[in-house]
Design a protein around this ligand. Structure first.
Ligand code: SF4
Length: 654
């Protein structure tokens, strides 16, 4: 046992891009004890260091790259890194999360996070190894896409083990729906933080450190990892892909549902990856269709079969595992056409560019997946921008005079490719759409805001809140709104937190679907537990899909104790989750946002309810859910604002 080592590095790197000065800052252990590392550390630092009213694309915004407390400790599913800053899209708390292999590279440079402020007078990239930390000229790589940038930097520096995070053309062009890429096309896509990086003239980070990541009790971590891995390796045969649609339809027809054990989802993920849900989700009513206005009846078995999960596996050449992941839900696929290979498109991308736009052409999905990954543009937001434009066109709000003569017809892959290519280059109609649907609607006017679907400026993900009202809650109440990764009723079922944490709601083996729509404080209690737990996971660098294995199989709380030498209970870790959530909320309030304004668009709430399809007749009482959720956190139920005393208590941590 190493009493000094605690899993975290205890330091951060501060880079002032205006002056070129780079400094290492040591942090008090109390910061880690109060907020963990990763997202919690970021919430603490950004709350204190970004001034109220800072321009998200100005020098006062901080852009942070943070690793998790458990990354590199020998624990499993804990290789996620996060990029954070004030979002130019929502004007509030911004975060995006990504896997791949960049997270341990941050810690191997001897720090838990790298934070940039200021604006460089010319394009630069940051280079760090064990003896060097410097800003280097990026003139030759400015303009390259993310894959070209990474390849060029690795080859020219002759550093095969270096890890690169960079922006593509989308971030350079300050598109507010751009993200940061690593591992040749995996993107921390949300919150528009690629634009923040572009605004700072920062093209890339190249990390080549080799420092050791120390832990308190490596043997215990290993023992817990072996338990977790046994569950991952349990992989019975499963049905072929074409049967996933009828399974989804069957689930839609049943009035009651079995509480889901995440082991089933793990089996799907290991077999296919997230594309396992392509058809099943449509049939269940989970996938939004046609800019949230359609239903599974518009995008049924025959249309969705072009994205049968087996189609993707046939193109998969190799599995892709994030760092420390025994599952490997990703893949590298061979493709025809302009690009020879691409990361296997994720469910979110397939649906955003497929059913959401009524697009049956799966080749165009593969092409656009790679194009967007290389440009560093968020595929969820890009799909929304295209769907919004198509509905504007259908309603006559825009015409061929606005689109360079192109007819924006639902399902037309040529029109979709046209719009996305124009968004990446910010040309014509693409320039109007490249900052997301809220900004586009403001630019277009003519009532277009009624069909611009977002929460606080962020386009939501491919999970229908009319099917799972838990999504409606988290889309609306999270400090980074519109996000599917923060929580849902289904997620809570799979986390099985009640088996590990005292005082959280228990789920029985079966429940009636109709109960999801009835007023019940339990919905908010589940929402609170989801937010708390996700903050703990994001403080640890844990993967959401790992979390779905269930809290008794993936032992986040126990790994944290083994890594740090702390003796905390799960309930105490959940309280840390509360503190992180409160600081992020306080960040938004300080930046002048009113939390209640992030309420999701009415269409997603079933206001009015759909008259056909899987979600027929369903509407969500979001106002009650939001008030209940805020009350449980001890915040003002009407406004969502935490009390001054609560904020001052958290802000006083050194
Ligand atoms: S389950 Fe998938 S996303 Fe999660 S760590 Fe493993 S490969 Fe990465």
């Amino acid at each position: 046992m190493d009493k000094q080592s605690k899993g975290y590095m205890g330091k951060i790197m501060n880079v002032d891009l205006t002056t070129g000065k780079i400094q290492i800052e040591r942090l008090s252990p109390i910061v880690y004890e109060s907020f963990l590392s990763g997202m919690g550390l970021a919430a603490h630092l950004l709350y204190h260091r970004i001034p109220a009213g800072a321009d998200p694309l100005g020098p006062d915004n901080l852009l942070g790259f943070v690793s998790g407390l458990l990354t590199g400790t020998g624990s499993l599913f804990t290789g996620r890194w996060m990029v954070v800053g004030k979002s130019p899209l929502t004007k509030g708390w911004g975060e995006a999360n990504c896997g791949g292999s960049f997270s341990p590279a941050i810690k191997r440079c001897g720090v838990d996070g790298i934070f940039f402020k200021g604006i460089s007078p010319k394009p630069v990239y940051l280079y760090v190894d064990d003896t060097t930390m410097e800003l280097r000229d990026a003139a030759t790589i400015w303009g390259m896409d993310a894959v070209e940038t990474e390849t060029h930097l690795i080859n020219s520096l002759k550093k095969k083990n270096a890890r690169v995070a960079c922006i593509g053309q989308s971030g350079e062009n300050l598109s507010l729906i751009s993200g940061v890429s690593t591992d040749k096309g995996r993107i921390a896509a949300r919150s528009g933080l690629g634009a923040v990086m572009g605004s700072k003239n920062l093209k890339a980070l190249v990390l080549a450190g080799t420092q050791r990541i120390g832990v308190h009790n490596r043997e215990e971590i290993k023992r817990l990892s072996q338990i977790c891995n046994r569950w991952v390796q349990f992989q019975p045969p499963f049905v072929p892909g074409f049967l996933t649609a009828p399974i989804g339809a069957l689930m839609r027809m049943m009035p009651a549902v079995l509480t889901q054990d995440g082991l089933l989802y793990k089996i799907l993920l290991r077999k296919w990856g997230t594309v396992s849900m392509n058809q099943m989700s449509v049939e269940m009513g989970d996938s939004p269709i046609k800019n949230w206005n359609g239903t599974n009846k518009d995008w049924g078995f025959f249309k969705s079969r072009s994205s049968n999960p087996d189609v993707f596996i046939r193109k998969e050449e190799a599995k892709f595992h994030c760092y420390s992941c025994p599952l490997g839900c990703g893949g590298i696929c061979k493709t025809d056409g302009k690009f020879s290979e691409t990361h296997k498109p994720e469910y979110e991308t397939v649906l955003s560019l497929g059913g959401f736009l009524m697009n049956k052409n799966v080749d165009s999905v593969f092409y656009l997946n790679e194009l967007l990954n290389r440009a560093g543009m968020d595929s969820i937001s890009a799909g929304h921008a295209v769907g919004f434009a198509m509905e504007c066109f259908e309603r006559g709000i825009i015409t061929t005079r606005d689109t360079m003569g192109v007819e924006l017809k639902w399902g037309d892959p040529i029109a979709i490719e046209f719009l996305i290519e124009k968004m990446i280059t910010r040309d014509g109609i693409g320039d109007i759409l490249a900052d997301g649907v809220k900004v586009a609607a403001e630019r277009i006017g003519k009532g277009a805001d009624k069909i611009a679907i977002h929460a606080g400026g962020q386009e939501p993900a491919m999970h229908d809140s009319r099917n799972d009202p838990g999504f409606a809650l988290h889309y609306s109440v999270e400090p980074a709104p519109g996000r599917h990764t923060n929580g849902a009723g289904l997620y809570y079922e799979m986390y099985q937190l009640w088996k590990k944490v005292k005082g959280v709601p228990k789920m029985g083996p079966v429940y009636m679907k109709s109960s999801k729509y009835k007023k019940n404080i339990k919905h908010a209690r589940i929402g609170k537990a989801n937010s708390q737990y996700l903050n703990v996971m994001n403080g640890s660098g844990a993967c959401l899909f790992g979390g779905f294995l269930g809290a008794k199989r993936i032992r986040i709380f126990d790994w944290l104790n083994a890594a740090t030498g702390w003796h905390r209970t799960p309930e105490q870790y959940m309280e840390i989750g509360t503190n992180i959530q409160t600081l992020k909320q306080a960040f938004n309030v300080r930046q002048g946002l009113l939390p209640k304004d992030n309420r999701i668009s009415d269409r997603l709430l079933g206001l009015p309810a759909q008259t056909r399809g899987a979600n027929k007749g369903r509407s969500v009482d979001i106002d009650t859910m939001m008030k209940d959720y805020w009350s449980l956190f001890g915040w003002d139920p009407e406004t969502g604002i935490p009390s001054r005393e609560t904020i001052e208590g958290l802000a006083s941590v050194a």
